[in-house]
Design a protein around this ligand. Structure first.
Ligand SMILES: Nc1ncnc2c1ncn2[C@@H]1O[C@H](COP(=O)(O)OP(=O)(O)OP(=O)(O)O)[C@@H](O)[C@H]1O
Length: 324
């Protein structure tokens, strides 16, 4: 498969004392996945473990992307974060409280738009707003809904119904609806994968701008390496399933105010991209079979591809740092 990727250059591992040495403190953890597992009954009174002992803390305002091959359990992790599924073990803590079931604190945007077809754009968003603020006067509900609609660039389309909207516009309504309830975390499962490339790029720009401006905390699943590089502060790499693990957490070294059109000129861009592609092409499989010595699922390796092309990639781990 790597022969299909002639431009991939393997990142050289070089220790970077700044990477991975800072373990997130309890006060920094806004959302925390703590030791979750998901198991299903298998034939012969056996059990299939999709993943287990999965730990992931997230800071307030952080944009976290999860990448991994099909079947490693990404959607399951997102469903557990949403409260749509319960973990077989472990817990999810949001702002200091263990979650139990769904909540308007955690808004989900799926690939499909799931809009109410008989309601207008305004009606769809206002419905969500009124679920959040049940006793709010109608004027306030409309004002909040209109603000969210304007944020995603749909002002003027408030009275259209979903059947009158393009796929990109429908997804914008989905985003407006999620943002309108001011969730603590926005959960997105490949939200742009059904869109054409141009619309996808525009919506990525919008989501990025909104999240930076509002400090929204986001957990997003994607198969698109470039999307993860553009949007994420950290990228969680899952090994192949079953018994998938968090292989690494990659810190995005690119500046927060990154510009899509200039991304490929940014120092560190190719080291980061190559690292992610290398992982998907081969390491996601080899690491599933054998994690490195000293691997600690509670503190998976933190990787920060170097800012300098010359340095290529910088790799260190909490555990290695502790041993040093
Ligand atoms: N109800 C179920 N019973 C048994 N196995 C299930 C059930 N639901 C999901 N699985 C299995 O759990 C695994 C993880 O599924 P999940 O959808 O979370 O993976 P994913 O990484 O999101 O995949 P994709 O990228 O294809 O969406 C899959 O192998 C799937 O077959």
């Amino acid at each position: 498969m790597s022969t299909l990727l002639p431009f991939v250059r393997r990142a050289q591992a070089a220790p970077d004392p700044a990477a991975g040495t800072h373990r997130m403190s309890n006060s920094e953890k806004f959302i925390s996945i703590e030791g979750i597992a998901r198991r299903y009954p298998a034939p012969g009174a056996k059990t299939t473990t999709i993943f287990e002992n999965l730990w992931l803390p997230m800071r307030r305002g952080e944009f976290v992307c999860m990448i991994g091959h099909s079947g490693c359990g990404k959607t399951t992790v997102l469903n557990i974060l949403a409260g749509l599924e319960a973990p077989s073990e472990g817990a999810v803590i949001v702002d200091g409280q263990a979650i139990a079931g769904t909540s308007l604190d955690r808004a989900v945007i799926f690939q499909g738009h799931a809009l109410l077809p008989w309601r207008t754009v305004l009606g769809n968003v206002a419905y969500a707003v009124s679920s959040r603020w049940r006793k709010a006067p109608k004027a306030e509900i409309e004002a909040r809904a209109k603000k969210a609609i304007a944020t995603v660039g749909l002002a003027g389309s408030e009275h259209k119904r979903p059947s009158e909207l393009s796929g990109g516009m429908k997804q914008r309504v989905g985003i407006a609806r999620a943002l309108s309830i001011e969730p603590k975390i926005l959960l997105m499962d490949e939200p742009f994968s059904a869109l054409d490339a141009l619309t996808r790029g525009t919506l990525q720009d919008e989501v990025r701008r909104i999240c930076v401006e509002t400090g929204q905390t986001v957990f997003m699943i994607t198969h698109d390496v470039d999307e993860a590089i553009y949007l994420a502060d950290r990228i969680v790499l899952m090994t192949n399933g079953p018994e998938a693990k968090v292989a690494e957490i990659v810190e995005n070294p690119l500046p927060k105010d990154r510009d899509r059109t200039q991304l490929h000129h940014a120092p560190g861009y190719y080291a980061l991209r190559n690292h992610l592609i290398d992982f998907l092409v081969s390491r996601s499989r080899t690491l599933r079979d054998a994690m490195p010595e000293g691997y600690d699922p509670r503190h998976p390796p933190v990787v920060r591809p170097s800012l300098s092309e010359a340095d290529a990639a910088a790799i260190t781990t909490d555990s290695l740092a502790r041993r040093a």
